[in-house]
Write a protein that binds this ligand. Structure first.
Ligand code: M6R
Length: 367
């Protein structure tokens, strides 16, 4: 049932191109110009009435929600807040009838996320669920449902569910933008065209697994490491750090690159690995200067950059992994893949139980 792979996690990482196609293709019109989400049952009138969005989720789904915030804010220019569900439900969030609450959950059974959904509904908001399980508790109780067609995810460490959640946010953001008229039709078409290239682009990253295995093996000798980035790169850094902690038990922290000098830089010492995401062209010079800060303290830096800028970035880092070129908003759908593989191979090198890490369960149905 692992289809020739040693672990479910590796199989699921390799299923991402298919998960992308399955999640996106039926929702893109044949002419490739717009996104249609009739299944949501959300009227244009309701969409036009949304004044703010709250995204609520746990763990990896929360990290997808961090990217979702940037996607919706930049495509639609509506304010979005992203919270972890266990915080949201107890912080008396300001929920009004013109708030759309989006809960994100692979399993659709996470207790805190389900409680947040109920809290939102009690306050008069409508809830959209992005979930991978048709008929799950969250799918049943939400007012609107957008299914991620990632297929069954067995490994505790979520991979294809996360990337499918990103696709769901791209689709929903484009759907909102198209309905409200927040973006030029030509831009929407450009995003869709780039989205359609993602499956093949992921395949080309998977073909370079051997390099990432080597990186992971050298990382596995360390006790601590850092992930840094700005904008959506910071969101992906957080996901990369969680994945590594979860299955390799190596301590890591994700930091907004510009925040390092406000304290964390004190922890950078000779030889410490730093994984720097540098995919956002408008922030690229800034991140490069943060890379210089850690390099000056002896860090060993792996840069993850877009094809096209990789030669420039290579000058500032010790090692470089290039991801195929895409739009800045879509880069998380590619840049997370090398991080998933690094975590996988680090766990493998340390001989941990990759699919069933200690102390964790696939579905967290208790608070
Ligand atoms: O099923 P959910 O998406 O609601 O699960 C949320 C988290 O428990 C989950 O993403 C967890 O963080 C993963 N094990 C991370 O890989």
């Amino acid at each position: 049932e692992k289809a020739g792979f040693d672990h479910f996690m590796l199989k699921e990482i390799h299923e991402q191109p298919k998960a992308y196609r399955d999640t996106m293709m039926s929702r893109i019109t044949e002419d490739g110009k717009s996104v249609e989400l009739k299944e949501l049952g959300m009227t244009a009138e309701f969409i036009k009435s949304i004044r703010k969005v709250h995204i609520v989720a746990c763990g990896t789904a929360y990290h997808a929600g961090l990217v979702g915030k940037t996607v919706i804010e930049s495509l639609v220019r509506i304010p979005v807040e992203t919270d972890v569900a266990s915080e949201y439900r107890y912080r008396s969030p300001i929920i009004t009838p013109d708030t759309l609450v989006i809960v994100v959950s692979q399993s659709g059974e996470t207790a805190d996320t389900l409680a947040a959904l109920r809290e939102a509904q009690r306050n008069g908001a409508r809830v959209l669920a992005i979930t991978n399980v048709v008929g799950s508790s969250i799918a049943r109780e939400a007012d609107h449902v957008l299914i991620t067609w990632a297929g069954l995810e067995i490994a505790v460490a979520s991979t294809k569910a996360y990337t499918s959640q990103l696709v769901a946010f791209y689709l929903f953001g484009l759907h909102l933008a198209g309905t409200i008229g927040a973006q030029e039709a030509s831009f929407i078409e450009e995003v869709i065209t780039s989205m359609k290239q993602l499956p093949e682009q992921v395949e080309s990253i998977l073909e370079q697994s051997a390099v990432l295995k080597q990186v992971a093996e050298s990382i596995s000798h360390h006790k601590h490491l850092f992930f840094i980035g700005r904008g959506v790169d910071y969101a992906v850094a957080q996901e990369g750090s969680l994945k590594l902690k979860e299955i390799s038990y190596i301590h890591s922290e994700a930091y907004a690159a510009g925040e390092l000098k406000h304290g964390t830089l004190a922890l950078i010492e000779d030889g410490i690995p730093v994984i720097a995401l540098v995919t956002q062209e408008e922030l690229y010079e800034k991140t490069l200067s943060n890379i210089k800060e850690v390099k000056a303290r002896g860090a060993h830096v792996l840069g993850i950059a877009n094809a096209g800028t990789e030669e420039e970035v290579a000058k500032s880092v010790d090692e470089l992994f290039a991801i195929p070129k895409t739009l800045p908003l879509l880069s998380p759908a590619l840049s997370v893949v090398p991080l998933q593989l690094i975590s996988y191979y680090a766990s493998l090198a340390l001989e941990h139980d990759v699919d069933k890490p200690r102390n964790l369960a696939k579905s967290v149905t208790v608070e």
